[in-house]
Design a protein around this ligand. Structure first.
Ligand code: SF4
Length: 328
């Protein structure tokens, strides 16, 4: 598979915006192209700085970095716009270039018992949607795109923390099909009750998400129990522009009300090394990307919960309510 980093769009946007100095954010998988991208930018007479920080989502726009460096534009690769920022930013979504036909053919076996299929895609596969729809319709299936709910770019677009658009069509479909990667399909399976099938474009596999969903739900229930027992709790806020999932101050008041001690901790990125130093804290609640608590369960020695899960541990929400609304 080839990843097209949309060189023409980059040049077009730079010529239009005429910046003097820019900061480029690249997803981990495309940092290997940093020199090539830098040469394109500098070839236009524009100073180019590459951010070495991680950029997991459109939520991570490096505004503080950009201001500190005195650049006049951020170019963020790999994600669609997530939130409105107060800093000039260009988004280059990039495209996966591959022949999807063999993968689609293989998916027919998995989809045999389903007729109405809820469909969502990762942004790199957006340009394939029309052909995919035609393919399944010729096979007698009906594809219904997930709705535009929350911060997704449009119908069918999926991101790791926003699944309202899938829930909205759940009553109309027999199953969900996610085109992209495991990250998005795992999130989808935690958000909806109907089966979720992944068309994994990177590993060329078709897989059902039921087993992994059950495993994750057990881990989440375990973490909730640990927070119930904990006497000392850390609330972690990240300082990324789009990663504010709740108020640390309000949560701290609640934690104290339930007889626990608590502190608010800020981090630019949550890592096991940073967590380890807070050795007297027994459990953490993170208000940054909810996927850190859920997907990185095995990386951390202490339980880390999302805000919604913390509310279950504090008795303000039931486990059943959490499952009903979706744990993401
Ligand atoms: S908060 Fe997490 S899941 Fe949501 S866009 Fe950011 S990195 Fe992705």
């Amino acid at each position: 598979m080839v990843l097209d980093f949309e060189k023409e769009k980059l040049i077009r946007e730079l010529k239009l915006k005429k910046p003097k100095k820019i900061l480029i954010q690249l997803p981990e998988g495309i940092k290997k192209n940093a020199l090539e991208i830098s040469k394109i930018v500098e070839g236009l007479g524009i100073r180019c700085i590459i951010s070495g920080e991680t950029a997991w989502g459109g939520c991570s726009i490096a505004i503080q970095e950009a201001k500190a460096l005195g650049v006049d534009l951020i170019v963020h690769f790999g994600h669609a716009e997530f939130i409105k920022t107060n800093f000039p930013t260009v988004y280059i979504k990039m495209k996966d270039i591959l022949d999807l036909k063999p993968l689609l053919e293989r998916s027919l076996k998995e989809l045999k018992k389903y007729k109405k299929i809820g469909f969502s895609y990762s942004i790199q596969n957006q340009h394939e949607v029309k052909d995919i729809k035609n393919f399944y319709e010729q096979k007698g299936k009906k594809l219904i795109l997930s709705e535009k709910v929350g911060l997704v770019e449009g119908k069918g677009h999926i991101i790791g923390c926003q699944y309202g658009g899938l829930k909205k069509i759940e009553s109309k479909v027999d199953c969900f099909l996610v085109l992209g990667n495991r990250f998005h399909s795992i999130g989808a399976s935690l958000a909806v009750k109907k089966p979720v099938i992944l068309l994994d474009v990177y590993n060329q596999e078709v897989s059902e998400m039921d087993d992994i969903k059950d495993k994750i739900l057990k881990q989440r229930a375990f973490s909730i129990e640990k927070l119930k027992e904990a006497k000392k709790v850390g609330i972690i806020s990240e300082i990324k522009s789009g990663q504010i999932f709740g108020s640390a101050e309000i949560l701290l008041k609640k934690i104290k009300k339930y007889g626990k001690e608590g502190i608010i901790i800020t981090m630019s990125e949550i890592t096991p090394e940073k967590i380890m130093n807070f050795y007297d804290i027994e459990a953490f609640v993170e208000l940054a990307c909810p996927r850190i608590a859920i997907d990185d369960f095995h990386k951390y020695h202490k339980p880390i919960l999302t805000l919604k899960e913390a509310l279950v541990a504090l008795g303000e929400k039931s486990w059943e309510e959490l499952l009903e609304e979706g744990i993401l």
